[in-house]
Design a protein around this ligand. Structure first.
Ligand SMILES: [Zn+2]
Length: 602
């Protein structure tokens, strides 16, 4: 027992030691986490208040659990949690250093599948391995070195709570399962990688995942001389022939709804595109593949066939593998790298393994103002398609990413009041802001593209990842159950000055009216790259070069069959008029609270 005089002399020292320890733990957390404030700002800007509360609450739970772990009086319990948390943090931190992005479910899956390469990876990522060790050792030290409370009541309570640090691990794992693979973004590195890893390891052991297939096609015909490798195909193997064009571009816009591109001559919304209509082949409006960025882009990059969703999406060769095998240089442009939900460069389920097949990786970073992003993207596209080398480009535009008003300069506000001007989030202000951003980042964009691109030996396939719903009581997109059809309503058109190809596209568009779909894009690209039509159609279905009369539909939720066995399909009637009454506001209406006649104000 301490005497009273001993107590007064040791107490200030003890407080100082506690303060130092708390500062050390706080510093450890601050230095090993990334993107918290920008995530809060993003979710707040998007008006997702429930998500915001959940996100901050989850952080609070993690921090409390961390303190409970660090202040356990039993040294062995403390060491156990310190080891678990330090290793988790070190793994998450080192992965982000090595890859530039947070450890997501699909990264963890591909790491798990490549675990036989661990030694070679360690050799390649030596500096990151040093970081792993440094973070692990520091983390262990700050979580183990005393002081810890010595008062009996506090000790007893902490001992009772010794399993609480497992709660955030389980909770984050539950979110990942519930959100079908998402939901762990920007949660504390002290716990989240462990949850992601646990989900993946349990999923992968229950249901082991095969590697991505190699391409079955082989080289033959006059083009074989240019083949990267000499191969002698067995007589039955499908063959790759000469490509049909020198440049193939998949131009994927963001959140642009199909019916917000107006083709009526002289319309105020997208007048440039309307005036260019005769120079392109319009297939739209079309049905998207998914109603959420990551699923739609995965369907396009992984060559998901309508009839073969689920596990094949994880084992198909990627579009990059096909392009490279056909002798094309692969170019990826990410117009959203600077401020997407996943801080870093890999978006939409792209893993480091997939990125290995990309020759030129172009993330547009946060130094570029959002209204300029699509112009910088176009600069790169133009440089490549105006060159002689054979290129395949996959470009993700910034387009109409919300908040819509950030995507265009205030001086380009044509439809009033925008959400910013009105300081109100109504269907009318959403529609106005959306009209403005589409005019800026789609209509103006194509004016420049047509003026500056040499399209003789190029095919550009343009679409958007998903549509958009402006009902303020519902999600704008990514609804999993019972989505609004507008979430799957996208534009789809093809641009080329190759006359023979144009004629074929035009005939197919005419024959396939109201049946256009994202699922026709990959088979089109494969044919353009030189893969034979019959062979492509057998696996991937109809392309945009053939008549298509399949009923259009889009999917929601997990398309990989990892988190649920059923794929959710939603039919979409493309001949229907989906435009909101609010969508007819005219640019002439400039007064501060202008509401066009006949419009219902909500
Ligand atoms: Zn999107």
């Amino acid at each position: 027992m301490q005497t009273a005089s001993e107590k007064t002399s040791t107490t200030p020292k003890r407080y100082l030691a506690y303060a130092l320890r708390l500062i050390a733990i706080a510093t450890f957390v601050a230095l090993t986490n990334h993107g918290f404030l920008s995530r809060v700002a993003l979710v707040h800007d998007q008006g997702r208040l429930v998500t915001l509360v959940g996100f901050i609450g989850m952080w609070g739970l993690c921090l409390v659990a961390l303190l409970i772990a660090a202040f356990q009086s039993n040294v062995w319990v403390r060491c156990f949690w310190a080891l678990v948390i330090a290793l988790t943090t070190a793994a998450g931190f080192a992965y982000r250093r090595a890859s530039g992005s947070e450890l997501g479910i699909f990264d963890a899956l591909s790491l798990w599948n490549a675990r036989h390469e661990a030694a070679r990876a360690a050799a390649f990522y030596t500096t990151d391995l040093y970081w792993f060790i440094a973070v692990g050792v520091c983390g262990f030290a700050v979580l183990v070195i005393p002081p810890v409370p010595s008062r009996a009541t506090i000790k007893r309570w902490l001992t009772r709570l010794m399993w609480v640090p497992a709660v955030p691990v389980v909770a984050i794992a539950a979110i990942v399962l519930f959100k079908e693979g998402g939901g762990a973004e920007v949660l504390p590195t002290q716990f989240a990688p462990l949850s992601v890893g646990a989900v993946v390891v349990s999923k992968a052991t229950i249901n082991p995942l095969p590697q991505r297939r190699k391409i079955a096609w082989t080289w033959r015909g006059p083009f074989a001389a240019a083949a990267p490798r000499a191969e002698s195909p067995p007589p039955s193997a499908p063959v790759i022939r000469a490509p049909q064009v020198r440049h193939v571009v998949m131009l994927i816009d963001e959140s642009v709804r199909g019916d917000y591109i107006d083709w009526t001559p002289g319309n105020p919304y997208t007048p440039v595109l309307a005036s260019l209509k005769s120079k392109l082949v319009n297939f739209g409006p079309a049905a998207s593949g998914g109603n959420c960025s990551h699923y739609s882009n995965a369907i396009l990059r992984f060559g998901a066939a309508r009839t073969a969703l689920g596990r094949p999406v994880l084992t198909n060769p990627t579009i990059w593998q096909y392009a490279k095998k056909a002798g094309f240089e692969t170019v990826y442009i990410d117009g959203q790298a600077g401020f997407n939900r996943n801080p870093g460069k890999l978006q939409n389920f792209m893993t480091a393994e997939e990125a290995r097949d990309i020759d030129s990786f172009n993330p547009l970073d946060e130094k570029i103002a959002p209204p300029d992003l699509d112009d910088r993207l176009l600069d790169i596209v133009l440089k490549d398609i105006n060159s002689d080398k054979r290129t395949f480009i996959y470009a993700n535009k910034n387009g109409a990413h919300f908040p819509y008003d950030n995507g265009y300069p205030a001086s380009a506000t044509v439809f009033h009041p925008s959400m910013t001007e009105a300081k109100m989030d109504t269907t009318q202000t959403r529609v106005n802001s959306f009209r403005n951003v589409v005019k800026w980042s789609v209509d103006r964009f194509f004016k420049r593209l047509f003026a500056e691109a040499n399209l003789k030996d190029t095919v550009i396939i343009y679409t958007s990842d998903h549509g958009q719903n402006f009902d303020t009581r519902r999600l704008s997109h990514c609804t999993v159950e019972d989505p609004d059809p507008r979430e799957g309503l996208v534009p789809l058109f093809v641009i080329t000055d190759n006359d023979a190809l144009r004629a074929r596209f035009a005939a197919a568009a005419e024959a396939s009216r109201s049946h256009a779909s994202h699922f026709s894009i990959v088979p089109t690209v494969l044919q353009l790259l030189g893969y034979g039509r019959e062979d492509v159609e057998k696996i991937y279905g109809e392309s945009l070069l053939e008549k298509n009369t399949r009923p259009p539909a889009f999917t929601t939720g997990d398309i990989f069959g990892l988190f649920s066995s059923k794929v959710r399909w939603h039919p979409l009637d493309l001949s229907k008029n989906y435009l909101e009454p609010e969508a007819t506001s005219q640019p002439a209406a400039q007064s501060s609270v202008s509401v066009p006649a006949g419009t219902v104000v909500r």
